[in-house]
Ligand binder design. Structure first.
Ligand code: SF4
Length: 196
């Protein structure tokens, strides 16, 4: 990494956000790893957090991914999902992390961070959560649920064709059939062999 140099690292990561600062930190922490840790990544949170650019979240990710520790890093996705679902509400990432670590059963702690990120990245999106396709819509207290856009478009087209005024769409997760649909999606997701 040091041979690549800051400019070389910058060139390779220029498509990601804050690449200038990240390139600088990667070079600085690489130098410290060689000079102070024998070229190894330290396995303690305290040592990790002394490295340039490494805060609590990054240290938690490294502890979890590289050393198999049951840490739950709270990024923007995990923070949002934990608050929206009521799973671990908190005003700060640290508060959410503490609650998640207290309530997530030991056997799920290794994967919890990833599962929550994936749920936030692909389903519980920041601006418009995809409640209509969410497998936990029936137990999530977030309101109003986002309705299915295809269903909305179909109803609008029907209303237009018949000259009727469009009734407000029923939010997903609030109809009688929604809990059953969501439960059936969860059951399908649990089937052996199904990947995340
Ligand atoms: S129902 Fe909607 S708000 Fe609740 S977790 Fe699912 S996508 Fe997020």
């Amino acid at each position: 990494m040091l041979e690549l140099g800051e400019e070389g690292v910058r060139e390779k990561i220029k498509t990601i956000g804050l690449f200038n600062a990240k390139a600088k930190n990667v070079i600085a922490l690489s130098r410290i790893l060689i000079e102070q840790h024998g070229g190894e990544v330290p396995a303690s949170r305290e040592a990790l957090q002394t490295l340039p650019g490494v805060g609590r979240k990054t240290a938690s990710v490294v502890m979890n991914e590289a050393f198999g520790e049951p840490t739950i890093a709270v990024d923007t996705h995990v923070f949002r999902v934990a608050n929206r679902t009521g799973l671990a509400p908190g005003k700060t990432p640290d508060a959410v992390e503490k609650k998640l670590e207290a309530i997530v059963p030991e056997r799920w702690k290794k994967g919890a961070h990833h599962w929550l990120i994936l749920h936030g990245r692909y389903t519980c999106l920041a601006r418009k959560p995809r409640c209509w396709s969410c497998v936990i819509a029936d137990i999530c207290p977030f309101r109003p649920k986002t309705p299915d856009p295809e269903e909305e478009a179909r109803l609008a087209a029907e209303a237009k064709a018949s000259g009727r005024r469009l009734a407000p769409p029923k939010p997903a997760g609030t109809t009688k059939a929604a809990p059953a649909r969501a439960a059936s999606k969860r059951a399908a997701a649990k089937k052996p062999g199904r990947s995340r």
